[in-house]
Design a binder for this molecule. Structure first.
Ligand SMILES: [Cu+2]
Length: 488
């Protein structure tokens, strides 16, 4: 009797668990070469839903942040970033107190050039300390915006770097201890468009605001008066802060005019904790770039899963869309696409990059194990919570290693988007198989669902203390982070 009782009580959970597990297994066995997003589409459980968006019309045009080219001082390209408070209407007519770079919400796009000396003057106008972390940028400790780099209220800091990495869409956001999640949630996030001269003849949509658009997708919980507050329950520290209201570039249900033909969307999952499954109601589109640059060839897909911190550049041909159509996120209309009479490009290049296959002898490399786990008590890596005084391992600059990462959250069933600072890595294996095509380029953040294992090849090109962590920001803040030291 006892046994029967406990079994029936457990049934709903064990059923869901078993079903999920079996799907995982069969999908991964048979579809190793398909897109990861297709497999992940089976994981319904942590694709946040957005029941409130249907209450709002598509009546405001999508925000286009200013695209800044900076000022040339000698050979140095200089930018000014003001970290400030402001007021912003996520919902039309309802003001929220927000944070932004150079404005009330999000931030400008910094147009940088590969190999150019870059200087960023940061002034903190908030009433709390902040840092600016350049996510995806291969920079050393002094410029990374994490270690001992707090900028106090009313203080300034100047950061310099010179990026030698592939053309890509990177982004920047705060990274101070215990305040990352709240500051991102209140609005701080900007983009970097890194350009490389070698790609100047690549015929991709590149007219900013015409056929080339930044798309920062986030979800927030808004109060009835439209205001945003960052408070987390115990449940949310484990599962992450998700919202219920979806927004694109800080606006709930915006519309966007697009010409006929090819349009490029540089999508950033800027949420604290939500995975976003993107689609155009079954219409095919192409992923042309992952976190760290172009894929060798456009990858055709009908859906794409992006976890917090991940970016993807996608190209959609609006010829196949209706005059008024939508970008859907987790089944919700997120962005209304209105086709104009203008014309964009019609043909996508077939060759985008020349990323070489990994040929080195992996057996000669050191393997480091990272075991990610969320329990009711904490989020840990190798059973330890982040400790600023502890350096988990040391490496030599220029050395490569295999990082063997496992999500063993078990019954908690939490996804973990794993992010490495100051590096662009290659994915060697996902669950023992060749990674899907859209994970064969450069990445800095990679999603591991429950039970998944990923092996990545990391080369340390930077120096100093660096961190790796789960980009589900509530996990990061409750301990799922570690640090290592890279030296000459
Ligand atoms: Cu996590």
């Amino acid at each position: 009797m006892n046994k029967f009782l406990s079994l029936s009580l457990l049934l709903p959970f064990s059923f869901a668990y078993a079903m999920d597990h079996n799907m995982d297994h069969s999908m991964h066995m048979n579809m190793s070469n398909m897109n990861h997003n297709m497999m992940n589409n089976m994981h319904h459980n942590h694709n946040t839903e957005f029941p409130y968006n249907k209450n709002f019309k598509f009546e405001r045009e999508m925000l286009l942040p200013p695209l800044l080219t900076g000022k040339l001082q000698g050979n140095v390209r200089v930018f000014d970033l003001q970290v400030q408070q402001g007021e912003w209407e996520f919902i039309k007519g309802k003001k929220a107190k927000t944070f932004g770079y150079n404005g009330p919400i999000l931030g400008p796009i910094l147009a940088l050039n590969r190999g150019e000396d870059t200087k960023i003057n940061i002034k903190n106008h908030l009433n709390e300390e902040t840092t600016v972390h350049f996510h995806g940028a291969i920079v050393s400790e002094e410029s990374d915006g994490v270690h001992n780099s707090d900028i106090n209220p009313n203080d300034s800091k100047t950061v310099t770097f010179n990026l030698d990495q592939e053309e890509a869409t990177l982004w920047f956001h705060p990274h101070p201890m215990h305040k990352t999640a709240s500051q991102v949630y209140k609005g701080l996030a900007g983009l970097i468009y890194l350009k490389d001269d070698k790609n100047k003849d690549l015929a991709l949509p590149n007219k900013y605001g015409f056929n080339d658009f930044p798309i920062v997708i986030q979800d927030k919980q808004l109060a009835k008066d439209g205001s945003v507050h960052y408070m987390v329950s115990h449940h949310e520290t484990m599962h992450g802060k998700t919202g219920g209201i979806l927004m694109v570039n800080g606006i709930v249900n915006p519309f966007l005019n697009m010409p006929h033909g090819l349009n490029r969307l540089r999508v950033v999952n800027g949420s604290n904790a939500s995975n976003f499954n993107l689609n155009f109601n079954g219409q095919k589109f192409y992923q042309i770039a992952s976190d760290g640059g172009y894929l060798n060839n456009p990858v055709e897909m009908t859906e794409l899963l992006l976890s917090p911190g991940e970016r993807a550049e996608i190209v959609i041909d609006t010829t196949n869309l209706k005059t008024q159509d939508y970008l859907y996120v987790n089944g919700t209309k997120a962005l209304e696409i209105r086709k104009t009479k203008d014309k964009s490009l019609s043909k996508l290049p077939t060759k985008l990059a020349d990323i070489k296959p990994i040929t080195e002898d992996l057996s000669k490399l050191k393997t480091l194990d990272f075991n990610l786990k969320t329990t009711h008590r904490a989020s840990t890596i190798n059973d330890a919570v982040f400790d600023m005084t502890s350096v988990e391992f040391s490496v030599k600059k220029g050395e490569k290693a295999i990082w063997n990462i496992t999500n063993s959250s078990g019954m908690m069933d939490m996804p973990h988007p794993f992010h490495v600072h100051g590096a662009q890595f290659r994915v060697l294996e996902r669950n023992g198989k060749t990674p899907p095509l859209n994970e064969q380029g450069y990445k800095d953040t990679i999603l591991l669902d429950k039970g998944e294992n990923v092996k990545i090849l990391v080369e340390y090109k930077t120096e100093g203390l660096t961190v790796y962590h789960c980009h589900l920001l509530e996990h990061e803040e409750t301990g799922m982070m570690g640090q290592f030291k890279s030296s000459k």
